[in-house]
Design a binder for this molecule. Sequence first.
Ligand SMILES: Cc1cc2nc3c(=O)[nH]c(=O)nc-3n(C[C@H](O)[C@H](O)[C@H](O)COP(=O)(O)O)c2cc1C
Length: 158
Amino acid sequence: MKRLVVYYSLSGNTKEAAEKIASALNGDLLRLETVKDMPRNFVSQIIVGGGQVMMKYVPKLKPYDKDIYSYDEIILGSPIWNSKIVPAINAFLEDKDAAKKVTALFFLSGGGEVKKGLEAITKKLPNLVNTVSLLDIKHEDSKDNDIKIQQFVEKIKS
Ligand SMILES: Cc1cc2nc3c(=O)[nH]c(=O)nc-3n(C[C@H](O)[C@H](O)[C@H](O)COP(=O)(O)O)c2cc1C
């Protein structure tokens, strides 16, 4: 089974999880990057990122360095912005054939409400089987991330 972990990460939490998941699955990594950079300052990121989610903005992505169609399945990773999946992931999922390859989803949040946003993304992923909710390193319960990742990986492999 050839697996690709596709993710977006602004401040590194989703990147760290993606690397652990790809390594445990012996899979490859594809980091999604928007053509237009996000601001570096956190307050500006909240304003710009939050605005993008509200406006349902779909950014342009930089070309991929992997052939996504050559993989059997895709494991998708996203931070949560304004209780939703980030705009870059929505841009990736505009490709319906890519969306069909997604069988597992992991997401990183600061600990806020994520249910509604996940219901929305689940509708775009017809073959989704496994999902895991992980926490930003700043959250005290993020110490459970590693065990959750391990269980998530075992389910994907089974
Ligand atoms: C624009 C923006 C909006 C966010 N909105 C939420 C939110 O609604 N709920 C939440 O729990 N965390 C929210 N967060 C926190 C991120 O989900 C969290 O820090 C995550 O770990 C970031 O992942 P990254 O380091 O891979 O970028 C937000 C962060 C940003 C930058």
